[in-house]
Every structure is written in C-alpha cells, then in structure tokens.
Design a protein around this ligand. Structure first.
Ligand SMILES: [Zn+2]
Length: 244
C-alpha cells in the first residue's frame, strides 16, 4: 500500500504530466487490493464464529510439536492482523484474538504462521531468498522515498534518463521481493492445510473454510505483486522510450 501511495504521488511530476495509463495501473491496483481485503475481512469475521476444539495458541503449539520443532516459542502479541513468524527470535507471534480464540479463522492463521516456522526449520529455499532480500528492500524503499520527496520539491529529476533508470532499478528490487513472497506464502498455507487435515483439528467442512480464508489472505499478496509488476513495467517502458 505504501508503495502504491508513493507511486501515486509521483504521477504529478511524471514526464508528460498525468498519464492515463499510469492512473489506470494505480487505480486498478488500489481497487483490486480494496476488494480483496474486504472479502478477506468478511470471510474472517464469518469464520471467527465457527468454533473448533482448540485455540489458535494450542493449534500452533501442537503443529510445531508434531513437526519436531522444539526451539520455537508461541507468543501472544497485541493488535489485530499482527500475526507473523519471527525467524530471528524464533517466535510464532499470534495476535491476541487468534491466540486465545477457538475458531476456524484463528486455527487457519495460527497454522499458517507455523507453516513459516516449518519452512525455516527445513531451510525452504524461497524463504531463504526472501530473508536475504530484506536488507536490499529496506534500502530501496528508503531511497525511493527520498527520490519521491525530491520530486515533490519540483526538481523534475524524472526528466533525467539516468535518474529514471535508478528509479527503475530501485523499484525492481521491491517488485522482486513481492514476487518471491508469493511461493513463501502459498507454501505456508499449503503446509497449514495439510496439517489441519491430517491432525483432525478441522473437520472437512471446517477444512474448506480454512482453505477459503487462507486463499483470500494469499490473494492480497498476489494483488500487491501484480500491482508492483505493472508499475515496474510502466517505468521500464518509460525509461526505454526515453533512450533515444
Ligand atoms: Zn505468511
């Protein structure tokens, strides 16, 4: 989302002023992420009402144990949608509602985060690649923000082909990251669903719902990656077009 806003702010000083193509790309991306996150929220609200016999915290502990993982802690963290796996501290962080609730939605989220812990344990190649990209992405995002601020100051640097290529290169790093994130997220959900099914924690009807919830969660990453890729291609075309 931050990327989209950054890019949106750039429209004003893009070469040739407002470009309809660019506005369509940004508008399309924003609309897609809005619709997907709305569907995701609706599904999660609905599936939070369907009880199962374990809380998210218990699901996480059981899934880690059954995968032979003993050095990862499951902890409860404040906030909503704050669930994540921390590979440095080796903690599965679950938001308070996921940790303490016994619903299909909570189980799906908890098992998904444990899916990342299992990836880490098994040295899953895409997770390793994603982690390796983190420092580069942090640097690129910072530089992109600076470039954008300079643009706001009316320096019209985007008229310089060299700076446009720098923008393309920085944007390529963040786009690559959003693409490498996709196999990592899909694989974590796949591991979560396999475990929920084989452990018998979710009955078949509940399993279908967990599958739907995780599908829409994955779609938010797909929309972000496609939006980023469309913008990158646009900038690339612009840079190529200006190299007379
Ligand atoms: Zn994930």
């Amino acid at each position: 989302m931050i990327q989209e806003i950054s890019a949106l702010a750039q429209v004003g000083y893009a070469p040739g002023g407002f470009s309809l193509t660019y506005l369509l790309i940004i508008g399309g991306s924003l609309l897609a992420s809005f619709l997907i996150s709305n569907t995701l929220k609706r599904r999660f609200t609905e599936y939070s009402q369907i009880p199962i016999r374990m809380t998210g915290g218990q699901v996480a502990a059981a899934m880690l144990r059954q995968n032979g993982i003993t050095d990862v802690q499951v902890i409860s963290v404040p906030g909503q949608l704050t669930d994540h796996y921390d590979p440095l501290k080796k903690t599965v962080n679950l938001s308070e509602s996921v940790y303490g609730m016994n619903s299909v939605a909570a189980a799906a989220v908890a098992a998904h985060e444990c899916g990342h812990a299992v990836q880490h344990q098994q040295a899953y190649v895409w997770l390793g690649l994603r982690s390796a990209l983190v420092p580069a992405v942090e640097l690129s995002s910072k530089l992109l923000n600076w470039v954008m601020i300079l643009g706001f100051l009316g320096l019209h640097f985007m008229r310089s082909p060299t700076l446009l290529w720098i923008w393309v290169a920085l944007f390529a790093v963040t786009t690559l990251f959003s693409i490498v994130t996709l196999p990592v997220e899909f694989d974590a959900s796949r591991r979560a669903l396999v475990w929920l099914e084989t452990s018998g924690v979710a009955a078949s009807m509940e399993h279908e719902k967990a599958k739907k919830a995780l599908f829409w969660a994955a779609m938010t990453y797909v929309a972000a990656a496609l939006g980023s890729l469309a913008q990158l291609l646009y900038f690339l075309m612009m840079a190529l077009g200006r190299r007379d």
